[in-house]
Ligand binder design. Structure first.
Ligand SMILES: Cc1cc2nc3c(=O)[nH]c(=O)nc-3n(C[C@H](O)[C@H](O)[C@H](O)COP(=O)(O)O)c2cc1C
Length: 263
């Protein structure tokens, strides 16, 4: 009998947060939400432990076909005790490659049991021209429906004891290719309002000088680019521009649909 859902998400540009919110609403079980986007909140939510009457909903964006690398260390501090879990990834209409499988492998090693998984689509962090404004109403309705369907799975969990959740993905996982260090540029429209520094998930932007971005900390999540009210931040590195152009060329015409997996 599940008494509580724990919704954990990392979401620099807020598409993953929206999907996680809708799945949680569809489940209609008392929920506790842990937003793991800010460094200070991630520091607070280490070594979480869950029981068999808890349900975990994990939601992360896809970075280079994988889960964001630095989250592996945080997730490896969590512990389940036969805890059911829903794996969710949100990707920018290219592909989610091995991200769901990686998430499942990480958690199933630590006492959690996958009962459902979903790959949803969000506007690409690099360019608003790919998966523009997604998740849109259709995606959010699919996420809500997914939550409702999981409720049905939960009601017959006992009869599914010997089933294994199968998700798309390959092992060895997609190789993370090294990227040159890069940081966003700041133009003259910057008013030093501080929003970028306050919301940077990696604390990479100086609070006293919003133009200074620490390259070794920046993960190119584009939180600062999308949240700046003055459009003062952008990436102008040649590799970033070429990559974005390729994405627009290859991934903007086809509308990918959510993919769902159940026990
Ligand atoms: C560094 C980085 C790598 C990404 N890699 C992929 C990818 O491999 N495939 C894809 O479809 N989208 C990729 N995306 C796009 C995000 O997965 C997508 O925009 C997601 O909705 C962002 O989630 P958020 O709004 O919660 O930050 C990438 C984004 C970033 C910042």
């Amino acid at each position: 009998m599940i008494t509580q859902i724990h919704t954990l998400f990392f979401s620099p540009t807020e598409t993953t947060a929206k999907v996680a919110g809708q799945i949680t609403s569809g489940l209609d079980i008392p929920a506790l939400t842990y937003n793991l986007t800010a460094q200070k909140d991630r520091n607070q939510h280490r070594k979480l432990s869950f029981n068999s009457d808890d349900l975990l909903l994990l939601a992360v964006p896809v970075y280079a076909g994988r889960i964001p690398e630095f989250l592996e260390e945080l997730f490896s501090t969590f512990e389940g005790h036969n805890t059911p879990v829903i794996f969710t990834v949100v990707y920018g209409n290219r592909d989610y490659d091995d991200a769901l499988l990686e998430l499942k492998d990480l958690f199933e090693k630590r006492g959690f049991t996958g009962i459902a998984a979903g790959a949803f689509i969000g506007e690409h962090s690099y360019t608003a021209k790919v998966a523009t404004n997604r998740p849109d109403a259709e995606d959010l309705s699919a996420a809500f429906q997914f939550g409702q369907e999981i409720k049905a799975t939960l009601s017959r969990l006992d009869s599914l004891k010997d089933h294994q959740l199968i998700v798309k993905g390959n092992f060895p996982y997609k190789e993370r290719k090294p990227m040159p260090l890069m940081t966003p540029e700041t133009n003259e429209k910057c008013t030093d309002c501080g929003i970028c520094a306050e919301t940077c998930p990696m604390d990479a932007i100086e609070k006293t000088d919003n133009r200074t971005v620490h390259a070794k900390k920046c993960i190119r999540c584009n939180s600062c680019v999308k949240k700046c009210p003055e459009n003062a931040k952008s990436f102008s590195h040649k590799i970033f521009i070429e990559f974005s152009e390729r994405l627009i060329q290859n991934c903007s015409s086809v509308r990918k649909k959510p993919e769902l997996f159940f026990l």
